[in-house]
Design a binder for this molecule. Structure first.
Ligand code: SAH
Ligand code: SF4
Ligand code: F3S
Length: 464
Protein backbone atom coordinates (compact mmCIF):
# COMPACT_ATOMS: atom_id res chain seq x y z
CA UNK A 1 0.00 0.00 0.00
CA UNK A 2 2.88 2.39 -0.19
CA UNK A 3 3.48 3.20 -3.82
CA UNK A 4 2.12 6.61 -4.77
CA UNK A 5 1.79 8.21 -8.18
CA UNK A 6 1.06 11.95 -8.34
CA UNK A 7 -0.29 13.41 -11.57
CA UNK A 8 -0.14 17.18 -11.84
CA UNK A 9 -2.34 19.45 -13.94
CA UNK A 10 -2.14 23.24 -14.13
CA UNK A 11 0.55 25.74 -13.32
CA UNK A 12 4.04 25.67 -11.83
CA UNK A 13 2.61 26.35 -8.41
CA UNK A 14 0.81 23.03 -8.65
CA UNK A 15 4.02 21.34 -9.74
CA UNK A 16 5.75 22.78 -6.71
CA UNK A 17 2.91 21.63 -4.44
CA UNK A 18 3.11 18.12 -5.90
CA UNK A 19 6.85 18.04 -5.25
CA UNK A 20 6.22 19.06 -1.66
CA UNK A 21 3.58 16.34 -1.18
CA UNK A 22 5.96 13.79 -2.74
CA UNK A 23 8.74 14.85 -0.37
CA UNK A 24 6.45 14.59 2.68
CA UNK A 25 5.25 11.16 1.61
CA UNK A 26 8.78 9.93 1.01
CA UNK A 27 9.62 11.11 4.49
CA UNK A 28 6.86 8.83 5.81
CA UNK A 29 8.18 5.79 3.98
CA UNK A 30 6.04 5.87 0.83
CA UNK A 31 7.73 5.41 -2.48
CA UNK A 32 6.84 7.76 -5.31
CA UNK A 33 6.46 5.94 -8.63
CA UNK A 34 6.31 7.45 -12.07
CA UNK A 35 3.29 5.67 -13.52
CA UNK A 36 -0.19 4.87 -12.33
CA UNK A 37 -0.05 1.15 -13.17
CA UNK A 38 2.54 0.50 -10.49
CA UNK A 39 0.79 2.63 -7.89
CA UNK A 40 -1.41 1.66 -4.93
CA UNK A 41 -2.40 5.30 -4.50
CA UNK A 42 -3.00 7.85 -7.26
CA UNK A 43 -3.24 11.52 -6.34
CA UNK A 44 -4.43 13.99 -8.96
CA UNK A 45 -3.27 17.54 -8.29
CA UNK A 46 -5.83 19.50 -10.25
CA UNK A 47 -6.43 22.85 -11.93
CA UNK A 48 -9.67 24.83 -12.37
CA UNK A 49 -8.49 27.75 -14.45
CA UNK A 50 -10.44 26.63 -17.51
CA UNK A 51 -13.25 24.13 -17.82
CA UNK A 52 -11.09 21.91 -20.01
CA UNK A 53 -8.51 21.54 -17.23
CA UNK A 54 -11.23 20.30 -14.87
CA UNK A 55 -12.71 17.94 -17.45
CA UNK A 56 -9.32 16.31 -18.01
CA UNK A 57 -8.91 15.51 -14.32
CA UNK A 58 -12.52 14.35 -13.95
CA UNK A 59 -12.04 12.05 -16.94
CA UNK A 60 -8.88 10.64 -15.40
CA UNK A 61 -10.54 10.10 -12.02
CA UNK A 62 -13.45 8.33 -13.71
CA UNK A 63 -11.02 6.04 -15.47
CA UNK A 64 -9.20 5.26 -12.21
CA UNK A 65 -12.55 4.53 -10.52
CA UNK A 66 -12.99 1.56 -12.86
CA UNK A 67 -9.83 0.04 -11.44
CA UNK A 68 -11.01 0.72 -7.91
CA UNK A 69 -14.17 -1.26 -8.53
CA UNK A 70 -12.00 -4.31 -9.24
CA UNK A 71 -9.48 -3.51 -6.51
CA UNK A 72 -11.20 -1.83 -3.53
CA UNK A 73 -7.89 -1.18 -1.77
CA UNK A 74 -6.71 1.07 -4.58
CA UNK A 75 -6.81 4.70 -3.34
CA UNK A 76 -7.76 7.73 -5.44
CA UNK A 77 -7.28 11.28 -4.21
CA UNK A 78 -8.00 14.67 -5.75
CA UNK A 79 -6.04 17.63 -4.44
CA UNK A 80 -5.52 21.26 -5.36
CA UNK A 81 -7.63 23.83 -7.15
CA UNK A 82 -10.48 21.65 -8.48
CA UNK A 83 -10.82 19.97 -5.08
CA UNK A 84 -11.10 23.44 -3.57
CA UNK A 85 -13.49 24.69 -6.22
CA UNK A 86 -15.87 21.76 -6.35
CA UNK A 87 -15.43 20.25 -2.93
CA UNK A 88 -17.64 17.38 -1.87
CA UNK A 89 -19.85 17.96 -4.92
CA UNK A 90 -17.14 15.92 -6.68
CA UNK A 91 -18.37 12.90 -4.75
CA UNK A 92 -21.76 13.09 -6.45
CA UNK A 93 -20.06 12.53 -9.73
CA UNK A 94 -17.15 10.41 -8.53
CA UNK A 95 -18.32 8.46 -5.45
CA UNK A 96 -15.17 6.34 -5.49
CA UNK A 97 -12.87 9.19 -4.51
CA UNK A 98 -11.14 8.52 -1.20
CA UNK A 99 -9.53 11.90 -0.61
CA UNK A 100 -10.46 15.45 -1.54
CA UNK A 101 -7.79 17.87 -0.32
CA UNK A 102 -7.88 21.65 -0.76
CA UNK A 103 -5.08 24.04 -1.62
CA UNK A 104 -4.32 24.99 1.98
CA UNK A 105 -4.17 21.39 3.16
CA UNK A 106 -1.42 19.78 1.11
CA UNK A 107 0.62 19.26 4.28
CA UNK A 108 -2.18 17.09 5.68
CA UNK A 109 -2.00 14.52 2.85
CA UNK A 110 0.35 12.08 4.64
CA UNK A 111 -1.86 11.94 7.77
CA UNK A 112 -5.06 11.53 5.80
CA UNK A 113 -3.52 8.81 3.72
CA UNK A 114 -2.22 6.83 6.66
CA UNK A 115 -5.61 7.09 8.43
CA UNK A 116 -7.31 5.85 5.32
CA UNK A 117 -4.94 2.93 4.92
CA UNK A 118 -5.25 1.99 8.60
CA UNK A 119 -9.06 1.92 8.32
CA UNK A 120 -8.91 -0.10 5.13
CA UNK A 121 -6.64 -2.66 6.70
CA UNK A 122 -8.98 -2.95 9.67
CA UNK A 123 -11.41 -5.28 7.86
CA UNK A 124 -14.35 -2.96 8.65
CA UNK A 125 -16.73 -1.35 6.16
CA UNK A 126 -15.24 0.85 3.46
CA UNK A 127 -13.99 4.04 5.16
CA UNK A 128 -15.74 7.31 4.34
CA UNK A 129 -14.10 9.61 1.87
CA UNK A 130 -11.99 12.28 3.55
CA UNK A 131 -12.79 15.84 2.51
CA UNK A 132 -10.46 18.53 3.87
CA UNK A 133 -10.95 21.96 2.35
CA UNK A 134 -10.84 24.38 5.25
CA UNK A 135 -8.89 27.59 5.07
CA UNK A 136 -5.89 27.39 7.32
CA UNK A 137 -4.38 30.45 8.93
CA UNK A 138 -0.71 30.77 8.01
CA UNK A 139 -0.83 27.90 5.53
CA UNK A 140 1.87 29.77 3.59
CA UNK A 141 4.18 28.80 6.44
CA UNK A 142 3.55 25.12 5.81
CA UNK A 143 5.55 25.47 2.59
CA UNK A 144 8.89 24.16 3.68
CA UNK A 145 12.07 23.35 1.95
CA UNK A 146 12.04 19.91 0.49
CA UNK A 147 14.99 17.90 -0.58
CA UNK A 148 14.52 15.38 -3.28
CA UNK A 149 16.61 12.31 -4.01
CA UNK A 150 17.08 13.33 -7.61
CA UNK A 151 19.14 16.34 -8.67
CA UNK A 152 16.88 19.31 -9.37
CA UNK A 153 18.91 21.42 -11.76
CA UNK A 154 16.16 23.97 -11.85
CA UNK A 155 13.66 24.35 -9.02
CA UNK A 156 10.38 26.12 -8.35
CA UNK A 157 10.14 28.04 -5.10
CA UNK A 158 6.72 29.30 -4.01
CA UNK A 159 7.26 32.60 -2.24
CA UNK A 160 3.61 33.35 -1.54
CA UNK A 161 0.13 31.92 -1.80
CA UNK A 162 -3.19 33.19 -3.03
CA UNK A 163 -4.22 36.29 -4.93
CA UNK A 164 -6.02 39.49 -3.94
CA UNK A 165 -6.76 40.72 -7.45
CA UNK A 166 -10.23 40.46 -8.85
CA UNK A 167 -9.68 39.78 -12.54
CA UNK A 168 -13.23 39.20 -13.66
CA UNK A 169 -12.56 35.93 -15.52
CA UNK A 170 -10.37 34.24 -12.94
CA UNK A 171 -11.12 31.50 -10.44
CA UNK A 172 -7.70 31.51 -8.77
CA UNK A 173 -8.63 33.85 -5.85
CA UNK A 174 -11.41 31.37 -5.05
CA UNK A 175 -9.23 28.28 -5.27
CA UNK A 176 -6.11 29.72 -3.67
CA UNK A 177 -7.50 32.20 -1.17
CA UNK A 178 -6.09 35.56 -0.09
CA UNK A 179 -2.55 36.64 -0.79
CA UNK A 180 -0.05 35.63 1.92
CA UNK A 181 3.73 35.97 1.78
CA UNK A 182 6.20 33.47 3.17
CA UNK A 183 8.87 34.90 5.47
CA UNK A 184 11.95 35.98 3.53
CA UNK A 185 14.31 34.06 5.79
CA UNK A 186 12.54 30.76 5.11
CA UNK A 187 12.65 31.29 1.37
CA UNK A 188 16.36 32.01 1.52
CA UNK A 189 16.99 28.91 3.65
CA UNK A 190 15.09 26.80 1.13
CA UNK A 191 17.09 28.17 -1.80
CA UNK A 192 20.39 27.69 0.03
CA UNK A 193 19.47 24.05 0.62
CA UNK A 194 18.57 23.64 -3.04
CA UNK A 195 21.91 25.19 -4.04
CA UNK A 196 23.76 22.85 -1.68
CA UNK A 197 22.04 19.94 -3.47
CA UNK A 198 23.15 21.09 -6.91
CA UNK A 199 20.30 23.36 -8.05
CA UNK A 200 21.61 26.07 -10.38
CA UNK A 201 18.44 27.93 -11.25
CA UNK A 202 15.36 28.92 -9.26
CA UNK A 203 11.98 30.22 -10.40
CA UNK A 204 10.22 32.24 -7.73
CA UNK A 205 6.48 31.62 -7.90
CA UNK A 206 3.49 33.74 -6.99
CA UNK A 207 0.21 34.76 -8.64
CA UNK A 208 1.50 38.32 -8.64
CA UNK A 209 5.04 37.62 -7.73
CA UNK A 210 6.20 41.24 -7.75
CA UNK A 211 3.60 42.07 -5.07
CA UNK A 212 5.44 39.71 -2.71
CA UNK A 213 5.17 40.83 0.90
CA UNK A 214 3.70 44.20 0.00
CA UNK A 215 1.46 44.16 3.07
CA UNK A 216 3.73 42.22 5.40
CA UNK A 217 7.16 43.79 4.91
CA UNK A 218 8.35 47.41 4.62
CA UNK A 219 10.04 49.07 1.67
CA UNK A 220 13.74 49.61 2.40
CA UNK A 221 15.64 52.36 0.52
CA UNK A 222 12.60 52.62 -1.73
CA UNK A 223 12.97 48.99 -2.69
CA UNK A 224 9.93 46.73 -2.59
CA UNK A 225 10.04 43.50 -0.56
CA UNK A 226 10.26 41.59 -3.87
CA UNK A 227 13.36 43.51 -4.96
CA UNK A 228 14.87 42.96 -1.51
CA UNK A 229 14.20 39.24 -1.92
CA UNK A 230 15.77 39.19 -5.39
CA UNK A 231 18.90 40.82 -3.98
CA UNK A 232 19.13 38.20 -1.25
CA UNK A 233 18.64 35.31 -3.69
CA UNK A 234 21.26 36.88 -5.92
CA UNK A 235 23.83 36.56 -3.13
CA UNK A 236 23.37 32.79 -2.80
CA UNK A 237 26.40 30.99 -4.05
CA UNK A 238 25.67 28.16 -6.46
CA UNK A 239 22.51 29.75 -7.81
CA UNK A 240 23.41 31.16 -11.22
CA UNK A 241 20.04 31.98 -12.69
CA UNK A 242 16.98 33.61 -11.18
CA UNK A 243 13.57 33.54 -12.85
CA UNK A 244 10.16 34.47 -11.53
CA UNK A 245 6.55 34.12 -12.62
CA UNK A 246 4.07 35.80 -12.98
CA UNK A 247 4.57 39.51 -12.52
CA UNK A 248 1.79 42.04 -12.98
CA UNK A 249 2.10 45.58 -14.39
CA UNK A 250 0.76 46.82 -11.06
CA UNK A 251 3.81 47.24 -8.88
CA UNK A 252 6.26 46.75 -11.77
CA UNK A 253 8.15 49.88 -10.76
CA UNK A 254 11.57 51.29 -11.51
CA UNK A 255 13.17 49.54 -8.53
CA UNK A 256 12.38 46.21 -10.23
CA UNK A 257 13.29 47.39 -13.74
CA UNK A 258 16.65 48.58 -12.43
CA UNK A 259 17.41 45.07 -11.14
CA UNK A 260 17.84 43.98 -14.75
CA UNK A 261 20.79 46.35 -15.02
CA UNK A 262 22.54 45.36 -11.82
CA UNK A 263 21.71 41.74 -10.97
CA UNK A 264 23.40 39.61 -13.63
CA UNK A 265 21.87 36.38 -12.34
CA UNK A 266 18.43 37.75 -13.16
CA UNK A 267 17.91 36.25 -16.61
CA UNK A 268 16.98 38.35 -19.64
CA UNK A 269 13.59 36.65 -19.81
CA UNK A 270 10.27 37.82 -18.48
CA UNK A 271 6.84 36.21 -18.57
CA UNK A 272 4.56 39.23 -18.56
CA UNK A 273 0.82 38.53 -19.01
CA UNK A 274 -0.91 41.09 -21.22
CA UNK A 275 -4.33 39.32 -21.51
CA UNK A 276 -5.65 41.76 -24.14
CA UNK A 277 -4.48 44.68 -26.26
CA UNK A 278 -7.81 46.52 -25.96
CA UNK A 279 -8.18 48.95 -23.07
CA UNK A 280 -11.92 48.40 -23.15
CA UNK A 281 -11.48 44.66 -22.64
CA UNK A 282 -8.73 45.12 -20.06
CA UNK A 283 -11.18 47.23 -18.10
CA UNK A 284 -13.91 44.61 -18.42
CA UNK A 285 -11.39 42.03 -17.29
CA UNK A 286 -10.63 44.27 -14.31
CA UNK A 287 -6.97 44.36 -15.19
CA UNK A 288 -5.93 47.71 -13.69
CA UNK A 289 -3.57 48.94 -16.45
CA UNK A 290 -3.77 50.25 -19.95
CA UNK A 291 -2.00 48.74 -22.91
CA UNK A 292 0.10 51.92 -23.08
CA UNK A 293 1.29 51.41 -19.51
CA UNK A 294 2.04 47.75 -20.26
CA UNK A 295 4.15 48.72 -23.28
CA UNK A 296 5.89 51.48 -21.36
CA UNK A 297 7.18 48.91 -18.86
CA UNK A 298 8.45 46.68 -21.68
CA UNK A 299 10.11 49.71 -23.29
CA UNK A 300 11.93 50.56 -20.06
CA UNK A 301 13.02 46.94 -19.61
CA UNK A 302 14.42 46.83 -23.11
CA UNK A 303 16.36 50.02 -22.44
CA UNK A 304 17.99 48.39 -19.44
CA UNK A 305 18.40 44.94 -21.11
CA UNK A 306 18.11 45.25 -24.89
CA UNK A 307 18.34 41.48 -25.37
CA UNK A 308 15.27 40.83 -23.17
CA UNK A 309 13.03 37.88 -24.18
CA UNK A 310 9.38 38.40 -23.32
CA UNK A 311 6.52 35.94 -23.16
CA UNK A 312 2.90 36.55 -22.28
CA UNK A 313 -0.59 35.18 -21.60
CA UNK A 314 -3.50 36.21 -23.82
CA UNK A 315 -7.18 35.36 -23.50
CA UNK A 316 -9.15 35.48 -26.73
CA UNK A 317 -12.94 35.67 -26.79
CA UNK A 318 -13.60 37.42 -23.48
CA UNK A 319 -17.32 38.34 -23.45
CA UNK A 320 -17.87 41.42 -25.59
CA UNK A 321 -14.52 41.15 -27.43
CA UNK A 322 -15.31 42.56 -30.88
CA UNK A 323 -13.28 42.22 -34.08
CA UNK A 324 -11.94 45.71 -33.38
CA UNK A 325 -10.86 44.71 -29.85
CA UNK A 326 -9.18 41.61 -31.17
CA UNK A 327 -7.45 43.65 -33.87
CA UNK A 328 -5.88 45.75 -31.10
CA UNK A 329 -4.67 42.58 -29.38
CA UNK A 330 -3.27 41.32 -32.66
CA UNK A 331 -1.51 44.59 -33.41
CA UNK A 332 0.08 44.99 -29.98
CA UNK A 333 0.99 41.31 -29.90
CA UNK A 334 2.86 41.75 -33.17
CA UNK A 335 4.41 45.12 -32.36
CA UNK A 336 5.71 44.03 -28.96
CA UNK A 337 7.19 40.98 -30.67
CA UNK A 338 6.65 38.38 -27.96
CA UNK A 339 9.10 35.50 -28.12
CA UNK A 340 6.70 33.05 -26.48
CA UNK A 341 3.06 33.10 -25.44
CA UNK A 342 0.36 31.04 -23.82
CA UNK A 343 -2.84 31.65 -25.73
CA UNK A 344 -6.14 30.80 -24.04
CA UNK A 345 -9.70 30.68 -25.26
CA UNK A 346 -12.02 32.27 -22.73
CA UNK A 347 -13.76 29.79 -20.45
CA UNK A 348 -16.57 30.85 -18.12
CA UNK A 349 -15.71 30.10 -14.49
CA UNK A 350 -18.25 29.73 -11.73
CA UNK A 351 -18.61 32.55 -9.19
CA UNK A 352 -16.40 34.98 -11.10
CA UNK A 353 -17.67 38.47 -11.79
CA UNK A 354 -17.60 37.74 -15.54
CA UNK A 355 -19.80 34.67 -15.14
CA UNK A 356 -23.08 36.61 -15.63
CA UNK A 357 -21.75 37.90 -18.97
CA UNK A 358 -22.05 34.41 -20.38
CA UNK A 359 -19.94 33.27 -23.30
CA UNK A 360 -21.16 35.22 -26.34
CA UNK A 361 -18.04 34.94 -28.53
CA UNK A 362 -18.53 31.78 -30.57
CA UNK A 363 -16.22 28.80 -30.44
CA UNK A 364 -15.33 29.38 -34.09
CA UNK A 365 -14.43 33.03 -33.49
CA UNK A 366 -12.26 32.08 -30.54
CA UNK A 367 -10.58 29.37 -32.60
CA UNK A 368 -9.92 31.79 -35.44
CA UNK A 369 -8.48 34.49 -33.17
CA UNK A 370 -6.36 31.95 -31.37
CA UNK A 371 -4.98 30.68 -34.69
CA UNK A 372 -4.13 34.18 -35.90
CA UNK A 373 -2.03 34.77 -32.79
CA UNK A 374 -0.46 31.32 -33.02
CA UNK A 375 0.68 32.03 -36.58
CA UNK A 376 2.21 35.36 -35.57
CA UNK A 377 3.90 33.72 -32.61
CA UNK A 378 5.41 30.96 -34.76
CA UNK A 379 6.90 33.60 -37.08
CA UNK A 380 8.20 35.78 -34.27
CA UNK A 381 9.68 32.91 -32.34
CA UNK A 382 11.40 31.49 -35.40
CA UNK A 383 12.77 34.90 -36.37
CA UNK A 384 14.23 35.37 -32.88
CA UNK A 385 15.78 31.89 -32.90
CA UNK A 386 17.24 32.45 -36.35
CA UNK A 387 19.10 35.52 -35.13
CA UNK A 388 20.92 33.18 -32.77
CA UNK A 389 22.32 30.87 -35.46
CA UNK A 390 26.10 31.10 -35.42
CA UNK A 391 26.22 32.71 -31.97
CA UNK A 392 27.29 31.14 -28.70
CA UNK A 393 25.30 31.23 -25.47
CA UNK A 394 25.58 29.65 -22.07
CA UNK A 395 23.19 26.76 -21.73
CA UNK A 396 22.09 25.15 -18.48
CA UNK A 397 21.59 21.44 -19.12
CA UNK A 398 18.53 19.99 -17.39
CA UNK A 399 18.48 16.37 -18.53
CA UNK A 400 18.17 13.94 -21.43
CA UNK A 401 15.96 14.99 -24.32
CA UNK A 402 12.76 13.00 -24.87
CA UNK A 403 14.03 11.76 -28.21
CA UNK A 404 17.39 11.04 -29.80
CA UNK A 405 20.48 9.12 -28.71
CA UNK A 406 22.72 11.15 -26.42
CA UNK A 407 20.61 14.24 -26.96
CA UNK A 408 20.31 16.55 -23.97
CA UNK A 409 18.02 19.44 -23.24
CA UNK A 410 19.10 22.78 -21.87
CA UNK A 411 17.99 26.39 -21.86
CA UNK A 412 19.60 29.71 -22.59
CA UNK A 413 19.12 32.50 -20.04
CA UNK A 414 16.43 33.80 -22.44
CA UNK A 415 14.58 30.50 -21.89
CA UNK A 416 15.10 29.16 -25.42
CA UNK A 417 15.09 25.38 -25.50
CA UNK A 418 18.35 23.91 -26.78
CA UNK A 419 19.02 20.33 -27.92
CA UNK A 420 22.61 19.16 -28.16
CA UNK A 421 24.45 15.88 -28.48
CA UNK A 422 26.27 15.68 -25.18
CA UNK A 423 26.95 13.43 -22.23
CA UNK A 424 25.20 12.88 -18.93
CA UNK A 425 27.87 14.65 -16.97
CA UNK A 426 26.70 17.93 -18.44
CA UNK A 427 23.44 17.73 -16.50
CA UNK A 428 23.44 20.60 -14.03
CA UNK A 429 26.28 22.40 -15.81
CA UNK A 430 26.28 25.71 -17.64
CA UNK A 431 28.31 25.40 -20.82
CA UNK A 432 28.75 27.39 -24.03
CA UNK A 433 26.90 26.10 -27.08
CA UNK A 434 27.09 27.35 -30.66
CA UNK A 435 23.76 27.20 -32.47
CA UNK A 436 23.63 25.89 -36.00
CA UNK A 437 19.94 25.27 -36.65
CA UNK A 438 16.66 26.66 -35.37
CA UNK A 439 12.97 25.92 -35.41
CA UNK A 440 10.32 28.14 -33.80
CA UNK A 441 10.53 26.18 -30.58
CA UNK A 442 14.07 24.77 -30.45
CA UNK A 443 17.69 25.63 -31.08
CA UNK A 444 20.12 22.91 -32.12
CA UNK A 445 23.83 23.27 -31.68
CA UNK A 446 27.12 21.89 -30.55
CA UNK A 447 29.24 22.27 -27.49
CA UNK A 448 31.99 24.85 -27.77
CA UNK A 449 35.24 23.38 -26.59
CA UNK A 450 37.50 24.96 -24.03
CA UNK A 451 39.46 27.98 -25.11
CA UNK A 452 37.21 28.83 -28.02
CA UNK A 453 35.60 32.31 -28.00
CA UNK A 454 32.31 32.70 -26.09
CA UNK A 455 32.21 35.71 -23.93
CA UNK A 456 30.60 34.36 -20.85
CA UNK A 457 27.77 36.42 -19.48
CA UNK A 458 27.79 34.07 -16.54
CA UNK A 459 30.53 32.05 -14.97
CA UNK A 460 31.13 28.85 -16.88
CA UNK A 461 31.32 26.08 -14.40
CA UNK A 462 32.80 23.32 -16.46
CA UNK A 463 34.60 22.67 -19.68
CA UNK A 464 34.02 19.77 -21.99
N1 SAH B 1 -1.62 35.25 -11.81
C1 SAH B 1 -1.31 35.20 -13.18
C2 SAH B 1 -2.20 34.26 -13.96
C3 SAH B 1 -2.50 32.90 -13.46
S1 SAH B 1 -3.69 32.01 -14.40
C4 SAH B 1 -1.47 36.60 -13.76
O1 SAH B 1 -2.32 37.35 -13.35
O2 SAH B 1 -0.74 36.89 -14.67
C5 SAH B 1 -2.79 31.79 -15.93
C6 SAH B 1 -3.47 32.34 -17.13
O3 SAH B 1 -4.66 31.64 -17.41
C7 SAH B 1 -3.91 33.78 -17.03
O4 SAH B 1 -2.87 34.67 -17.24
C8 SAH B 1 -4.96 33.87 -18.11
O5 SAH B 1 -4.40 34.23 -19.35
C9 SAH B 1 -5.49 32.44 -18.20
N2 SAH B 1 -6.86 32.36 -17.68
C10 SAH B 1 -7.28 32.58 -16.42
N3 SAH B 1 -8.61 32.44 -16.33
C11 SAH B 1 -9.06 32.11 -17.56
C12 SAH B 1 -10.35 31.84 -18.11
N4 SAH B 1 -11.43 31.91 -17.36
N5 SAH B 1 -10.43 31.53 -19.42
C13 SAH B 1 -9.32 31.48 -20.18
N6 SAH B 1 -8.09 31.73 -19.72
C14 SAH B 1 -7.95 32.05 -18.42
FE1 SF4 C 1 -6.20 35.43 -11.55
FE2 SF4 C 1 -5.85 38.00 -11.88
FE3 SF4 C 1 -5.02 36.83 -9.64
FE4 SF4 C 1 -3.75 36.37 -11.93
S1 SF4 C 1 -3.91 38.34 -10.90
S2 SF4 C 1 -4.38 34.85 -10.43
S3 SF4 C 1 -5.37 36.39 -13.42
S4 SF4 C 1 -7.13 37.07 -10.30
FE1 F3S D 1 -4.80 26.14 -12.19
FE2 F3S D 1 -4.85 26.53 -9.63
FE3 F3S D 1 -2.67 27.03 -11.01
S1 F3S D 1 -6.50 26.95 -11.02
S2 F3S D 1 -3.46 27.64 -12.97
S3 F3S D 1 -3.57 25.07 -10.74
S4 F3S D 1 -3.42 28.17 -9.26
Amino acid sequence: MNRVYIKTYGCQMNERDSEAVAAMLRGKGYSIVDNEQEADVVLLNTCSVRDQAEQKAIGKAGHLAKRKRKDPNFIIGVMGCMAQNRGSELLDRLPDLDLIIGTQKFHRVPDHLSNLIATMQGQGPRPHSIVDLEEEADSQNTIKSHTSDTLQVTAFVSIMQGCNMKCSYCIVPKTRGAERARPMGEIITEIKELAANGTREVTLLGQIVNQYGIREFPFVDQKSPFVQLLEKVHEIEGIDRIRFTSPHPVGFKDDLIECYGRLPKLVEYLHFPMQSGSNRILKAMRRPYSIEKFREIIGKLRTVRPDMYISTDIIVGFPGETEADFELTRRHFEEIGFDMAYLFKYSVRPDTTAEPLGDPVTKEQKEERNQILLDILAKQSLARNETLIGTVEHVLFEGPAKKGDNMFLGRTPGNRVVLVKASRRLIGQIVPVRFNRATASTLFGELVLEGVEAEPKQSVSTTV
